[in-house]
Design a protein around this ligand. Sequence first.
Ligand code: MAN
Ligand code: CA
Length: 198
Amino acid sequence: MLSYSSYTLTAVAALLVTCHALNKCPGISELPDIPGRDVLKGLPQVPGLPVSLDTECHNHLVNLEHRLFQLEAVFALNGKIKEVGKKVFATNGKKVDFASALRSCEEAGGTLATPMNEEENKAIMDIVKQYKQYAYLGIKHCETSGQFMDITGRSLSYTKWHQHEPNGKGKEKCVEMYMDGSWNDKKCNLYRLTICEF
Ligand code: MAN
Ligand code: CA
């Protein structure tokens, strides 16, 4: 069976080939709204483009959107993904060190799960509980600032440290999530569940 990301790629590829390459749907969001030429709900017609092609492209987009919606629903139903807002969290079920976990996520087009709020933290915690395995988060200790920061170097606007954590005084440079969703600074060379976000 195709993976979730394969389905997404297939859908996006189909969209690019049928719409963009054939110039059926050029930059919908950039198009000016032309009153009275709005043949389709919410979509301004492309100036100079035959209505038939506009309609064809719009219908194609609607079908693709519907298909993606269905696939997301199936994957969510099967517990394969957790969706929070625009983010999707997923695991490959593998326990590896921090660097390998990050690499796997990046190779799949995402990054390590980095909770930005309580809801995202809970979604990651649900996976941790489901697999009964602690997971590394996309957070690392920064030498220069002495602070924990996300993988992209941004300071954290949300934290969920366990009581008395972080206590590694910069010697525990990674962060693991416990089964209750709280965080512990931890050495980076242990085997933890890989959870990615996309
Ligand atoms: C171990 C490590 C530390 C953690 C303490 C908590 O020593 O996991 O990172 O802070 O336990 O007691
Ligand atoms: Ca610690």
